[in-house]
Design a protein around this ligand. Structure first.
Ligand SMILES: Nc1ncnc2c1ncn2[C@@H]1O[C@H](COP(=O)(O)OP(=O)(O)OP(=O)(O)O)[C@@H](O)[C@H]1O
Length: 329
């Protein structure tokens, strides 16, 4: 394991920001710290970086106890959302900076800067100033700068947070490709579940200072440990008191099973290729079910119509609060 976080606790005054955090971050993997705002993700990242200290617990990086090491001795590179690159230095100089203060030979620096600028697709902008770059290009510059000194760990705090949705998506794909090329152990903070599901090898879900679940994107989506994880990682609705995903609800115009739940379609909404039906059940629940347009047409669905609902076989269901029940019916 590249990073071992053991028994970390952190308070700000009386406020518990992190409570007994135990996480292993595998070497060479891309791990997302995912959770709602204020949950403690940035605090954990700052403690790993050495920018903040825990009240108790330990951090080890590549087998070395880093708990009381200053940030510059941890061999980590970091990029924060509003990362200040040096405004008066060219793009190339910014990337070279860390190597120059380490007094590396000039030829080696020139070669490494070229290599990194190619990697982040900024080679044609080497002589520009950061102010002459777009937001996305500046973030790529920040990443190149962090990678220049060959850190064993790269820590990114909402690296694309301030950018618009399209650029964010491009950079996210790019980060995944970059990681596949360089394989540096990377931890990034995000509150965006889609970003985490798309990019990460492993996701640590953090909420109210605690780890809710650790797993691959598929594990978290298909086998959420509790109602929080299930709701945070995708849409949910409630059928007979159990949480289920709207696309896992089968709608029929006759009862499919003895336990099918009867209700009336109260609303039909078409969004692109998808149809979202809202059904008010005889049990008094308002249930969302999504289906394709073709399925909705085949059923001849209209508002006011009686329908029967079931969770499809194999659907993940969770009974709130907390406990996960068996998949399917
Ligand atoms: N220096 C500080 N002093 C007091 N409270 C703090 C300090 N830093 C963070 N906190 C509190 O600790 C909690 C966790 O903050 P943190 O920034 O780690 O959350 P986060 O999950 O990264 O949230 P976000 O996604 O909004 O950045 C928040 O409630 C925050 O207000």
């Amino acid at each position: 394991m590249s990073i071992e976080v053991t028994g970390i606790n952190k308070k700000f005054g009386d406020f518990v920001a992190l409570e007994d955090i135990n996480v292993s971050l595998p070497t060479g993997q891309l791990t997302a710290l995912l959770g709602p705002s204020g949950g403690g993700k940035s605090t954990l990242l700052r403690i790993i970086a050495g920018l903040d200290s825990a009240d108790s617990g330990a951090v080890s990086i590549e087998g070395v106890d880093a708990t009381s090491l200053p940030p510059q001795k941890r061999n980590v590179g970091f990029v924060f959302q509003h990362y200040a690159v040096f405004k008066h230095m060219t793009v190339a100089k910014n990337v070279a900076f860390g190597l120059e203060i380490r007094k590396r030979p000039k030829a080696e620096i020139a070669e490494r800067v070229n290599e990194l600028l190619k990697l982040v697709h900024l080679e044609q902008f080497a002589k520009r100033l950061p102010s002459q770059l777009s937001g996305g290009q500046r973030q790529r510059l920040a990443l190149a700068r962090a990678l220049a000194v060959e850190p064993s760990v790269l820590l990114l705090d909402e690296p694309f947070g301030a950018l618009d949705a399209k650029v964010r998506k491009e950079l996210r794909d790019w980060l995944r490709r970059l990681h596949d090329e360089v394989h540096v152990t990377t931890v990034f903070v995000t509150h965006d579940q889609e970003e985490a599901l798309e990019v990460a090898d492993q996701i640590v879900v953090i909420n109210q200072g605690r780890v809710e679940q650790i797993g691959t994107p598929d594990e978290l989506y298909d086998e959420p440990a509790n109602d929080f994880v299930m709701s945070f990682l995708g849409e949910v609705t409630s059928l007979s008191g159990r949480l289920v995903r709207p696309h896992d609800i089968a709608v029929s115009t006759t009862p499919a099973l003895p336990e099918s739940v009867e209700g009336q379609v109260s609303r039909l909404l078409r969004v692109g290729f998808e149809v979202r039906a809202t059904v008010l059940t005889d049990e008094g629940e308002t249930v969302s079910a999504t289906m394709t347009r073709t399925q909705a047409r085949a059923l001849g669905l209209r508002e006011g119509q009686s329908v029967w609902l079931d969770a499809v076989p194999g659907a993940t269901t969770v009974s709130p609060p907390g406990r996960r029940v068996a998949a399917g019916l």
